[in-house]
Design a protein around this ligand. Structure first.
Ligand SMILES: Cc1ncc(C[n+]2csc(CCO)c2C)c(N)n1
Length: 218
């Protein structure tokens, strides 16, 4: 079995929990309060900037030229493609220019940056994978289960993550992850699994924190 297949099996209960989160169910139905989506978008703008840096760092640490190229394309994709989505929503929703990251957002981005800088390269790759893979699965699920997409204010978000371009990036990220997993020991693969699970939990926290409009308590 491929490493990615067993990793997905491992997080399937968590993935099912993510699908049922009120944030995702209401986004799918178009009933998510705008205030929550705005909070999410602002936090996501911060997240994407840091995520782009983590991907660039992973790119620089890769041995194979093809992997360097793939991760540098992911990094620019994270910034360019996502910026288009954000700029659209930033204009219509009136989002702030500077974002103070919420506790969950900061936890997630700092975790990814730490793995990208100091983790084994295969562990760093496993840590960024949920960002691609869970979003692809959630995007597809929402796309296929929504009703009356045309009237949904979150249509652009849904289209981005259920689209073909994004599917290609995810397939490439999965292929590279399996290649690196194949070159590491059983304990290396276990560390990858832990990083993959941790980042998946942090994805859950990111959505949950947006729904709660999470604040710093002090
Ligand atoms: C919290 C959070 N997690 C994942 C994504 C999705 N995402 C961000 S960058 C990227 C790869 C290149 O486009 C993907 C899939 C998001 N937007 N916000």
């Amino acid at each position: 079995m491929k490493w990615t297949e067993s990793a997905w099996e491992h997080i399937t209960p968590l993935y099912n929990t993510i699908l049922q989160m009120p944030f995702n169910q209401e986004l799918m139905m178009g009933t998510l309060p705008l205030e929550k989506f705005k909070f999410y978008m602002a936090q996501d703008a911060y997240y994407l900037g840091e995520f782009g840096k983590a991907l660039s760092m992973i790119s620089a640490r890769m041995e194979k030229t093809e992997h360097v190229l793939a991760f540098s394309q992911f990094a620019s994709g994270a910034i360019v493609v996502e910026r288009a989505l954000h700029e659209g929503y930033f204009k219509t929703l009136g989002l702030p220019e500077n974002v103070n990251p919420s506790p969950s957002c900061l936890l997630y981005t700092n975790y990814l940056l730490k793995e990208a800088a100091y983790g084994n390269i295969e562990t760093a790759v496993a840590a960024v994978l949920p960002c691609f893979w869970i979003y692809k699965k959630v995007g597809d699920y929402i796309y296929h289960n929504q009703k009356g997409i045309e009237g949904n204010p979150y249509k652009d978000w849904i289209d981005t993550y259920s689209g073909e371009d994004f599917a290609k990036s995810v397939a490439l990220a999965l292929e590279i992850t399996d290649e690196l997993a194949g070159q590491t020991s059983a304990s290396g693969q276990e560390k990858m699994l832990q990083a993959f699970e941790m980042a998946s939990k942090l994805e859950w926290m990111f959505w949950d924190s947006a729904y709660r409009l999470e604040k710093w308590e002090v």
